[in-house]
Design a protein around this ligand. Structure first.
Ligand SMILES: Cc1ncc(C[n+]2csc(CCOP(=O)(O)OP(=O)(O)O)c2C)c(N)n1
Ligand SMILES: [Mg+2]
Length: 801
């Protein structure tokens, strides 16, 4: 029976299909075997392959339809081949790290082989029609890191099926798409796995998770990984029944071809139609070549296990089954295997040539120029040696080319010649061309890049109402939800009560539980929901209740969200907005301001720190008209502070990477942001009373940072700078100072030592005094600034204490 058309097929057709499947699994295996050799002979650096997992992936591919999404890991090469998204040449191009996206469409060589993806965006960054292609979200290496996003990919189908008014053309056909996950047995030990499994059971989304169980995680056996050594056994409680929603849990042996096909068809039917999550525990899989090219499995598997693995190798079992069922003879299969060996070898060769030939051409340019330089220089012998050494490299890399040419310049440093100019120009040009191959696309390069969004100022009636800051946010979210049907917000307490600070008050009632929703306490998968849904065209706003708890989600934001554009060279995006609130309030876990850690880990995500709710609302409006991810940190102590109510709610936009001078002065530039800014403003007033005229700059946007270099312009006037921040020393203040000194080159203007004033190294203590003795106070700021002036002019500013 053809599962798609439900029509009967002839035995001949059936045979042809099985033979095709066999060809594919043999091709995939041959790639793995040859891939390992390429690493061992030094042509590639590292290899991790899909051998031993081929047959289940064939069954899975048969159930995978256009519009569906994969979120998996490095064992899935056979599946990618089966859905037509990975050729032999591309497999090897990945292994060699070919930087040409046409040759290596997974990541243009940025990720090690075995990290798969498809293109959701065209070369201009515009969405392709995802319903007409088979989709794979881009893999990451951290085990179970594929799980949080899987949840969001599945939830998108639920939103598309049930929320009216969204333009679904490119993304969904009535929410019929399944998000298919894969994970290794050992990686199910990760918290992210359990968190995702629970959340998908609660949310009831069309997610099918396959667990490839080979009993090992590198060398560590299941007895050290999983209670009862059996993940589906211990997850039995998730099984749905007549009275309770839950999972459909299926088990199948990974070498049993007909049962695998049946299992995957059943799983797809349940999940696609009913939006029920399904777990398929695929047992008895093997690793014919061990875990990766880093070592051999003979070190940790005994002879019995190795013999069992040889017998139950899924490809060998399929082969035997085909012979037993008269689908092919041994001779037929030997012929097929031979011919595939040859095809794979040829594909490998072609991939190597298209990797190495452009580099050899580049090397030839370099040796030509080196040769000319050598003939024109008194130091020619040394340059000649560099040239000869470079020429002698059989498989040159770009590093070799640059290393030789850059070193050559040292020999001619005192000379002037056209040959020298030629090679200087060549190196500069070469670096301009080559560096982006490794560094481009950290951010969106489409016309929707957030930096293209122009500022729109809030406007006010002549007598504006003064309201609590949270009212401005609430009214602005209201405008957002009514203007953009594809937006949705979710988080702990974000639904029914409208968030802990009432910034979403009444909005669930107005826009429904799917768009304004409560979540379990599970920050990593809240972010995962956002990543997955954003990858399928929705505009999620994921709320993390407090900045302190971003820590739980920081790993997935850093590893997955922040790297997505970069690791796909701009072919996937997740314009997720993460909303949180932080900075000083109370105690160790409600007044954290770990901005230094965030800045270090989230390059690729915009990090915005508005000082009030009007600014924050403006950032949301900017971000929704752009296609990039961002973290917005609202001031936890600002929701009840009064702000003027703008009359263009939903329209005004705060630009990214633009600072604001909130007070002008001549003596010193004070740079700060967020809640601390209010203290700096107060200190500036008091400093004025003793004759110190401070200029205050609100950074507002930490990433990107002051793109117009306005801070250095201020320092050119005041000749002094202090950065004030409630993060610890060496945290965000060090980052800001580095930007000012190194990027903005402020050193030349400084007449006093540049200073930072930060919080104490310990976490902030509870209570008003705890705050006073933990974070910079108005007096601390006053005295620090005063001391700068004292050092400058002790007569005018005598010692305070
Ligand atoms: C968070 C994290 N920890 C450790 C590793 C190193 N590592 C890579 S694969 C692996 C074992 C995974 O085993 P399993 O999930 O069973 O998948 P298999 O390789 O057996 O298919 C480990 C420990 C990693 N990539 N990420
Ligand atoms: Mg395993």
């Amino acid at each position: 029976m053809n599962p798609n058309t439900k029509t009967e097929i002839t035995f001949e057709d059936f045979k042809a299909e099985v033979l095709n499947d066999y060809k594919l699994v043999v091709t995939s295996r041959e790639c793995s075997l040859l891939g390992r050799r390429e690493v061992l002979t030094g042509k590639a650096k590292f290899g991790i392959f899909g051998d031993g997992k081929e047959v289940p992936q064939i069954a899975w591919a048969k159930a995978f339809e256009n519009g569906d999404f994969r979120s998996g890991y490095y064992r899935d090469q056979t599946f990618m081949m089966a859905i037509g998204e990975l050729t032999i040449e591309q497999f090897f191009a990945g292994l060699y790290a070919n930087t040409d996206l046409k040759e290596e469409p997974m990541s243009a060589g940025r990720q090690m082989g075995g990290h798969f993806s498809t293109h959701s965006l065209d070369e201009h960054g515009h969405w392709k029609n995802l319903t007409q292609q088979k989709n794979s979200s881009a893999d990451i290496s951290p085990t179970a890191g594929q799980m949080p996003r899987l949840l969001g990919l599945a939830q998108a189908s639920k939103i598309y099926r049930n929320v009216n008014g969204i333009n679904t053309t490119n993304f969904s056909k009535e929410g019929n798409e399944i998000a298919w996950g894969t994970i290794g047995n050992a990686s199910t030990s990760e918290g992210l796995f359990f968190e995702t499994i629970n959340a998908a059971g609660v949310l009831q989304v069309p997610m099918v998770i396959s667990i490839w169980d080979d009993e090992y995680g590198i060398s560590v056996h299941a007895r050290h990984q999983t209670t009862k050594e059996n993940i589906s056994e211990i997850l039995k409680g998730f099984q749905r029944d007549e009275n309770h929603k839950g999972y459909e849990i299926l088990r199948v042996d990974g070498w049993n071809y007909p049962e695998l096909i049946d299992t995957y068809q059943r799983a797809a039917k349940i999940s696609r139609k009913e939006h029920v999550p399904v777990m398929i525990h695929v047992q008895q899989l093997t690793q014919p070549q061990g875990h990766s090219t880093s070592g051999s499995h003979e070190r940790y598997k005994d002879n019995d296990r190795l013999a069992w693995e040889a017998e139950y190798d899924c490809n060998a079992q399929l082969r035997q089954w085909m012979i037993l069922n008269d689908i092919a003879t041994d001779e037929d299969l030997i012929a097929i295997e031979r011919s595939i060996k040859k095809t794979v070898r040829e594909g490998k060769k072609a991939a190597w040539n298209s990797f190495i030939n452009p580099i050899i051409a580049e090397r030839d340019e370099a040796t030509y120029l080196l040769n000319k330089l050598a003939s024109s220089s008194p130091n020619g012998v040394f340059i000649k040696k560099l040239k000869n050494d470079l020429e002698a490299i059989d498989e040159p890399l770009r590093r070799d080319i640059l290393s030789s040419t850059r070193k050559a310049l040292r020999y001619v440093v005192t000379e002037e010649s056209s040959e020298k100019t030629a090679i200087q120009n060549w190196i500069n040009n070469y670096m301009n061309v080559v560096q982006p191959k490794y560094s481009s696309h950290l951010h969106s390069t489409s016309h929707l890049n957030a930096l293209n969004q122009k500022e729109v100022l809030p406007t006010y009636d002549s007598n504006p109402k003064s309201v609590d800051g949270r009212v401005i946010l609430r009214d602005n979210f209201d405008a957002i939800f009514s203007n953009y049907p594809e937006t949705l917000i979710f988080g702990e307490d974000a639904g029914y009560i409208g968030d802990v600070n009432q910034g979403l008050e009444g909005l669930q009632e107005k826009y429904g539980e799917l768009r304004v929703s409560d979540c379990g306490i599970r920050e990593a998968t809240i972010i995962g929901q956002g990543i997955g849904m954003a990858m399928r065209g929705l505009r999620p706003i994921a709320e993390i209740q407090y900045l302190d708890y971003v820590m739980y989600a920081l790993q997935i934001m850093s590893d997955d969200l922040a790297t997505l554009q970069y690791r796909t060279k701009g072919r996937q995006k997740a314009p997720l907005i993460v909303r949180t609130r932080g900075h000083r309030l109370e105690g160790i876990w409600h007044s954290g301001s770990q901005m230094g850690g965030i800045l270090n880990l989230l390059r690729g995500i915009h990090v915005l720190v508005p000082r009030n709710m009007t600014k924050a609302a403006g950032f949301y409006n900017t971000l929704l008209d752009s296609d990039e991810p961002a973290l917005v940190v609202e001031c936890l102590n600002g929701y009840r502070l009064k702000e003027k109510l703008p009359n263009n709610i939903g329209q005004f936009k705060t630009p990214l990477g633009v600072v604001e001078t909130v007070r002008e002065g001549d003596d010193i530039t004070l740079v700060s942001y967020g809640s601390t800014l209010r203290l700096v403003e107060q200190a500036a007033k008091e400093l004025q009373e003793v004759g110190i005229d401070a200029e205050i700059i609100d950074v507002q946007s930490l990433l990107p940072f002051d793109l117009n270099h306005d801070i250095v312009k201020s320092i050119a006037k005041t000749n002094r700078v202090m950065v004030i921040d409630e993060d610890i020393e060496g945290g965000a203040s060090a980052y800001i100072l580095d930007q000012i000194i190194n990027t903005q080159n402020a050193f030349q203007y400084l007449d006093s030592q540049p200073k930072t004033l930060a919080a104490k190294t310990h976490r902030p203590a509870y209570g008003t005094d705890g705050d006073y003795f933990s974070k910079p106070s108005v007096e601390d700021i006053f005295e620090s600034v005063y001391n700068v002036m004292h050092e400058l002019s002790p007569m005018d500013f005598p010692k305070l204490r």
